[in-house]
Design a protein around this ligand. Structure first.
Ligand SMILES: Nc1ncnc2c1ncn2[C@@H]1O[C@H](COP(=O)(O)OP(=O)(O)OP(=O)(O)O)[C@@H](O)[C@H]1O
Ligand SMILES: [Mg+2]
Length: 340
């Protein structure tokens, strides 16, 4: 996979100041997204997925501090752009977001169609009637009947509101659309419908997509490449096939066991015992240490560095060289139970 680079993020870090201390929500994250690809980010609740993309879109709350060595988008270094320039040139127009719980983000007092019209009209400086035609097309792309444009958000189901938000994110034809948990909170049938729709949208638009979810089965089905996050770091990233056929990080092995695979529905589900770290203070050991059935002394002495084990396949684990053995052991329920 040697696609053309759209986005390259180097060493992105985000900390939140809280009364309890500094929360290291994202620590030294490096990844790229190519043109026309779906890059999936998976990981349990609280691992820093939303923080990572909010940092990228400069939508962090006031108690957050971010730093990055470089964020290059379409050849332009974004870290050098002022807030004002970023908002004017990049946000929504070239990089858009379907936020987590997007379906609750529509304004209840305006008609849904008018809200999407407004998303196009304001930055493009076109009249309401000029914006109506592209909005009709957007409704069509996300599978909403154009006559629903005159309805109010409360007249829409959760799935329809989610699709309206996806339409809104596509309004300015951005190069990158970030979807944060686009199916969470919807019932299974609606989830399936939204995913089918996202797949269809992919074939109709030229945007790349960053798809964020804690559901590894959804990620597997939708993504070209996948990053697995834990404790604010990317623990493993690889093309989707490599990640599922030859996972190397114990956390990826655990995640894979914990979700029904679309390729192997007969598989027994094994969950990872324990809970994620609090992220208070800088990581000085492997963050997965306490839940890892394969940890050795070295894991508590330092945070493992990121190793490229083959082109495009990177992993942060000192035992990456023993991956075939770990894979075999991880498929046994006993391996995970022994931690309790
Ligand atoms: N505004 C904030 N102030 C302080 N800490 C925060 C804030 N927002 C998030 N955090 C903390 O940062 C860490 C990462 O949170 P984040 O919301 O990015 O995770 P996530 O992977 O998106 O989780 P989820 O799957 O539940 O959406 C968590 O420990 C969370 O408690
Ligand atoms: Mg989130």
């Amino acid at each position: 996979m040697t696609g053309e680079r759209l986005l390259q993020v180097q060493d992105l870090t985000v900390r939140y100041q809280t009364q309890m201390g500094e929360i290291h929500a994202v620590s030294g994250v490096t990844f790229f997204v190519n043109k026309n690809e779906v890059f999936g980010i998976a990981g349990e609740s609280g691992c820093g997925k939303s923080t990572l993309i909010r940092a990228l879109m400069r939508l962090l709350p006031d108690n957050a501090k971010m730093s990055a060595q470089s964020i290059e988008y379409e050849g332009e270094e974004l870290t050098r752009l002022s807030e004002a320039k970023f908002r004017e040139k990049i946000l929504w127009a070239r990089m858009s977001l379907v936020p987590q719980s997007a379906m609750n983000s529509l304004n209840p007092v305006y008609r849904v169609g008018d809200q999407v019209v407004e998303a196009i009209r304001a930055p493009k400086n076109v009249t309401k009637s000029e914006a109506r035609e592209p909005v009709t097309q957007l409704f069509d792309i996300v599978g909403l009947q154009p006559d629903l444009m005159k309805n109010f958000p409360h007249e829409f189901s959760g799935g329809m509101r989610q699709r309206a938000m996806i339409a809104m994110s596509l309004a300015l034809d951005p190069g990158l659309v970030v979807m944060d948990e686009p199916t969470t909170g919807l019932d299974v049938l609606v989830q399936e419908r939204i995913l089918r729709r996202i797949r269809e949208i992919r074939s109709q638009i030229s945007s790349s997509i960053i798809l964020i979810t804690h559901d590894i089965a959804v990620i597997a089905e939708m993504s070209d490449r996948i990053a697995v996050m834990y404790g604010g770091q990317i623990m493993e990233q690889a093309p989707a096939n490599d990640l599922f056929d030859t996972p190397c990080h114990p956390y990826t092995l655990g995640l894979k066991n914990a979700f029904p695979s679309i390729r192997n529905l007969q598989q027994k589900l094994i969950s990872i015992p324990g809970s994620p770290p609090t992220l208070l203070g800088a990581p000085s050991s492997c963050p997965f240490l306490e839940r890892c059935p394969f940890c050795v002394q070295q894991c508590s002495q330092r945070n493992p560095e990121n190793i490229t084990i083959q082109p495009l396949h990177e992993v942060r684990c000192v035992r990456h060289g023993e991956a075939p053995l770990l894979r075999e052991k991880a498929s046994e329920k006993e391996t995970w139970r022994s931690l309790n």
